[in-house]
Write a protein that binds this ligand. Structure first.
Ligand code: KIV
Ligand code: ZN
Length: 514
């Protein structure tokens, strides 16, 4: 018997973007949407169009560029939401409107303040309106896992009658456990008479760390669509992670007997892209895409893997697109070797970008013996970041020690090519650099986050600095790396300053020296 195909509904650009700290620009969303198509997801939920002009535009632009994937826009069960979502997805080859309405007692009583029959009517009217705009309508009874089973059945039956083509069962607050969630899906399949007329979908949050397990249980019970995000991003503790659910289904066909359309070799690249563009790092021991996911530390494991990989590996790194390290790259490596490794990592660069990337890597190879995969990824992803460079770092000199006042002399180049130099002091060397850069650029923003980590091993490790600046009620990220952590700090700060200037125009940056 042919295995069932599970529809993979990616909501990185909607629920994923609701992760604290993850906001994406429209060009970044387009870049991710392109990659999601290459990855082979079936549905991209591109945003919540009525929520902001930016979300509307993002859903509209993703709809215009997606060539084969269904594009969904989220809407509450309100006329305005639904018409706006319909407009936003209208250019899609396969448009979908995703309508939701809460159904649990808690939400009815405290949030919606509505009676049960009003909820059924709202939901049915919403689905009918959405169906008058598009043929593909998904309905979600929000907080389904805390909804009374008999009321959930009633709503599901009613929205299918009204024309919902997919009914999505969300575990909105991550309350379900696998046995419980299996039961919810099995109950709907057994007891809703028209259930076969719609695809049953699931949308699990990870508050108890069970989002993937709950989604797998739902697949076992008969669900046909799983909603998930790259790197498990999403509201609070996140959503079901796409890479984990897809690989679990792939590695265990004996148990689940299903398949997906995902090209798993694109997983690693997609994960890196989403991590870079959202600024949310992937934890080292994260399943499938973490830096340690395929690293064997114990001698006995290393020995086993060398003898026969399947002794300790249930999947091969290359199955998820983690390239095998071939030759060692260093300062004697030529352009061709760097270009080959960049291509092996899945990046497609223009000739100019390639030249710039190789120049950066060769400069880096002069500072450290060996160039690792993470070095290449950091350089290339930095290059691919869509940030206008209003200011760039020309040079800097720091004087610091236990008995001197930390002082920084910084020289920056503006967009017109003028070099501006200034010096300043601070509580430490980074503070001295930051106050000097703020004075030169004229952008005074509050530093709200600063973190540093080593991205490659050893004494000459590259340090990655991640910062957040608060400027006029908005946060701006900056991320940079260097073997010199003060330089990485300065570059990250400048990147955030450049973002502020791009977003606010020059009013944020009076001419230097004022
Ligand atoms: O978690 C949730 O309930 C949602 C719905 C809008 C599907 O994100
Ligand atoms: Zn959600």
């Amino acid at each position: 018997m042919e295995p069932r195909t599970i529809t993979i509904f990616d909501t990185t650009l909607r629920d994923g973007e609701q992760s604290p700290g993850a906001s994406l620009t429209i060009p970044q969303k387009i870049e991710i949407a392109h990659q999601l198509e290459v990855l082979g997801v079936d549905v991209i939920e591109a945003g919540f169009p009525v929520s902001s002009a930016g979300d509307f535009e993002a859903v509209k632009e993703v709809s215009a560029v997606a060539t084969k994937t269904t594009v969904a826009g989220l809407a509450r069960s309100l006329e305005k939401d639904i018409t706006v979502a319909g407009e936003a997805v209208s250019a899609a080859v396969h448009p979908r409107i995703h309508v939701f309405c809460a159904t649990s007692e808690i939400h009815l009583k405290h949030k919606l303040k509505r009676a049960h029959q009003e909820i059924v009517k709202l939901s049915v009217d919403a689905v009918r309106l959405a169906r008058s705009i598009v043929d593909d309508v998904e309905f979600s009874p929000e907080d389904a896992s805390r909804t009374k089973p008999e009321f959930l059945r009633e709503v599901v039956q009613a929205v299918i009658e009204a024309g919902a083509t997919t009914v999505n069962i969300p575990d909105t607050v991550g309350y379900a456990t696998p046995e419980h969630f299996y039961q919810i899906i099995a109950d709907l399949i057994a007891n809703v008479p028209n259930i076969s007329q719609a695809v049953i979908s699931v949308h699990c949050h990870n508050d108890l760390g069970l989002a993937v397990a709950n989604s797998l249980a739902a697949v076992r019970a008969g669900a046909g669509q799983v909603e998930c995000t790259i790197n498990g991003l999403g509201e609070r503790a996140g959503n079901c992670s796409l890479e984990e659910i897809v690989m679990a289904l792939k590695v265990r066909p004996d148990h689940y007997g299903v398949r997906t359309n995902v090209d798993t070799r694109q997983i690693y690249k997609t994960s890196r892209m989403v991590s870079t563009l959202t600024g949310l790092q992937v934890q080292r021991n994260k399943a499938i895409v973490g830096a340690n996911a395929f690293a064997h530390e114990a001698g006995i494991h290393q020995h086993g893997v060398l003898a026969e990989a399947s002794t300790y590996e249930i999947m091969r790194p290359e199955d998820v697109g983690v390239p095998k390290t071939a030759l060692v790259l260093g300062k004697h490596s030529g352009r061709h070797a760097f270009a080959q490794r960049i291509a092996d990592l899945g990046y497609t660069l223009s000739d100019d970008q390639l030249t710039e990337a190789v120049a950066h890597l060769k400069a880096l190879a002069d500072k450290k013996k060996e160039i690792f995969r993470e070095d290449i990824e950091a350089v290339v992803e930095d290059l691919l970041e869509v940030t206008t460079r209003h200011w760039s770092l020309e040079s800097m000199q720091i004087s610091s020690g236990s008995k001197v006042i930390p002082t920084a002399t910084v020289s920056l180049c503006n967009a017109a090519g003028d070099l501006i130099q200034d010096a300043g002091t601070g509580d430490g060397p980074v503070d001295a650099v930051y106050s000097t850069v703020a004075r030169i650029t004229g952008v005074s923003a509050k530093l709200t986050e600063y973190s540093i980590r080593a991205i490659t091993g050893g004494k000459e490790a590259q340090g990655e600095v991640y910062i957040k600046l608060r400027y006029q009620d908005r946060s701006y990220r900056g991320r940079a790396f260097s073997t010199d952590i003060i330089e990485a700090s300065a570059l990250a700060y400048l990147q955030a300053i450049n973002r502020i200037i791009t977003a606010n125009g020059n009013e944020s940056a009076p001419p230097a020296g004022l």
